[in-house]
Write a protein that binds this ligand. Structure first.
Ligand code: SAM
Length: 302
């Protein structure tokens, strides 16, 4: 993946390119995240936000500060941002002295980031965040990002598995945040909740209304902070696959979910019995401890 340090040019004051008196008003006094500056940046660079890349840009300073604060952006802290976009969150994080690496797929944003991140020491890596090798990150790295929602699950799973990542403070769809923080027996409990608990803890920081973005997304969002406990032994891939299969359809019985993977019905019944679970227990009611017991009794892990 190509590496590119963004230019260190001092930020230029933003100017409209048409000549109407209204358009000539100086925008440089407005903060970078203000709707007027964001529209101006997009106009001057001939860009339109791309829905398929999940481009909903933040235009609310309070939210930007809250994410950077909750994510632990501070002097000398290594921070990884996915999707810097126009650079508004990146600026907020970098101006607190954090060492920011940002992964951005949309090459059209090169000149925008050269302008908005001028003067800041940010390492922008151009390419797909799904191709990045997260195992290379230094210990204590904090992810802080307004994630592209179409790949939230895949990215969270990469963050959890990367030993160098200490926490991830991310904007996600509200519904995903609820699933991450859910306990067994609650309405939103499922695979995401179980693996989040397997790797550490989840904190709901705040909800974010649609109006905090340009363009506004279809859904309400939440800022969630995941803290990963790296003193725990990394879960075996076989156990992760088992949990995924067992909770695949959260409203179905766990027995049916496991049968769908081709497991023997009698063996599942014996394991349920030995674990002290009802044969018709629903996936949404099974705790991580019970999943571990089931996996042991079925010989999935040792
Ligand atoms: N951080 C900016 C903000 O808060 O205004 C932009 C966030 S926007 C929700 C998501 C960003 O992720 C966009 O800049 C988009 O181009 C980028 N993106 C989308 N898919 C990506 C991928 N697969 N790898 C890296 N970046 C991606």
């Amino acid at each position: 993946m190509p590496r590119d340090h963004t230019s260190r040019r001092p930020g230029r004051p933003a100017r409209r390119t048409d000549a109407s008196p209204d358009a000539e008003r100086d925008l440089s006094a407005a903060p970078l995240y203000s709707p007027a500056r964001v529209r101006d940046l997009l106009d001057r660079h001939g860009l339109r936000p791309t829905k398929s890349l999940g481009q909903n840009f933040l235009i609310d300073g309070n939210i930007l500060r809250a994410i950077a604060e909750a994510g632990g952006a501070a002097s000398g802290v290594p921070v990884l941002e996915i999707g810097p976009g126009l650079g508004v969150l990146t600026r907020e994080i970098a101006s607190r002295g954090a060492q920011v690496t940002a992964l951005e797929k949309d090459e059209r944003l090169r000149p925008v980031l050269a302008e908005t991140l001028g003067g800041l020491d940010v390492n922008v890596i151009w390419g797909d965040a799904l191709d990045f090798d997260y195992a290379t990150l230094q210990a204590g790295t904090r992810v802080i990002a307004n994630l592209p929602y179409y790949i939230t699950g895949l990215l969270l799973s990469r963050f959890m598995r990367a030993p160098g990542i200490a926490s991830a403070t991310v904007l996600v769809q509200k519904e995903v945040g609820q699933r991450l923080a859910a306990q067994p027996g609650s309405e939103n409990y499922g695979f995401l909740s179980a693996i989040a608990a397997l790797y550490g803890s989840v904190q709901h920081v705040r909800d974010v209304p649609k109006g905090a973005f340009l363009p506004a997304p279809d859904v309400t969002s939440s800022v969630i902070r995941l803290d990963f406990d790296r003193t725990r032994e990394a879960p075996e891939p076989a156990f992760l696959s088992f949990v995924e299969a067992a909770l695949h359809h959260r409203r179905k019985t766990m027995r049916n979910n496991l049968r769908l993977t081709g497991m023997d019905g009698d063996a599942i019944d014996a394991a349920l019995n030995a674990t002290g679970l009802r044969p018709d227990v629903r996936a949404e009611d099974v705790s991580l401890g019970d999943l571990r017991d089931m996996a042991l009794k079925l010989g999935v892990v040792r």
